[in-house]
Design a protein around this ligand. Sequence first.
Ligand SMILES: Nc1ncnc2c1ncn2[C@@H]1O[C@H](COP(=O)(O)OP(=O)(O)OP(=O)(O)O)[C@@H](O)[C@H]1O
Ligand SMILES: [Mg+2]
Length: 337
Amino acid sequence: MAKKILEVHELTTKYITRQHEDVYAVDHVSLDIEEGKSLGIAGESGCGKSTLSLSLMGYYFPPLHYTSGEIIIDGKNISGMDPDEVRKTVLGTEIAYIPQAAMNAMNPTRKVGDFIVDVIRAHELPMNKKEIRKMAEERFAKLGLPVEALDKYSVELSGGMRQRVVIAISTILSPKVLIADEPSSALDVTSQKMVIKMMKDMLKEGMIKSMIFITHELNLLYNVTDDIMVMYAGQIVERGSADEVVFDSIHPYSHGLMNSILVPESGTRDVKLTAIPGTPPNLKNPPSGCRFAERCRYACPACTVNSVSLFDIGGGRSYRCSRSVDELKELYKHEND
Ligand SMILES: Nc1ncnc2c1ncn2[C@@H]1O[C@H](COP(=O)(O)OP(=O)(O)OP(=O)(O)O)[C@@H](O)[C@H]1O
Ligand SMILES: [Mg+2]
């Protein structure tokens, strides 16, 4: 069995607002990724994808707070670690995080090469400027990025190039896990493809050992990640291989998401495009039963009362619904009648 690079057990985190209200944005999330593998996380806006990626770093600052659960990176448990310790010993080396819209947040007064010097200095690595430059040039060349970009300000680069440069800077120390939050959502299709190709190459070449790709566009994950996890209202509602989740989803929410998008290059789906009516619940006061019940066309009265656990059906697949797989499949067969 392949080695697990990231293991997360029942991670629960919350925001505490200025009005002292709790927002349960990540609720008992468990996941794992094997060496060399990638995991996509999809779900509508507000379902907790960014909060989960922030939470996975083990680096908490208000209003986000750790509540419970474990994060283990390559055998090292980082949950409950002091934030300063996390910054020094985990970020950049164990785990690298590319925040949503990171490419627009680069300090415009610094050159690309300076950011790399900052990363090395933050980790107190014994390297002089010449050695850092050599390392940066080698990495840029390996990633197919122009070495001249090191002497440019971020504003001098196109959006696609800026995003690839951000990823190259964040992974300069070859972290074990790369978490990229919507890394290609703001880009044109050509730049999107280049960013995705670069990340896949990094994984293949071992510059990173595993990858989490977060997006609200489920169709973007097909062909990009090995597995896909679908999130709804702070919880995982389904996990499986990319193929399974995209073409054979079990949970009514993932099924609904799939019916509301077009899968590129499939040409095989013969379904009507339908949006899921309604909006996700408020996470300050999530429903006690199934969180999707209110929007689910297959919900029964018990669904709004009884909470549902994630059910492991083997082969790396799990889903959170009280109906059986066969029952759901039968219902989906007749959904267009
Ligand atoms: N700083 C904050 N304080 C309080 N609540 C927050 C804060 N940031 C996010 N939330 C709430 O946490 C929940 C999850 O938000 P999050 O940003 O993680 O969603 P997301 O899935 O990344 O959405 P998107 O696709 O729009 O990026 C939402 O209900 C949101 O309102
Ligand atoms: Mg987000």
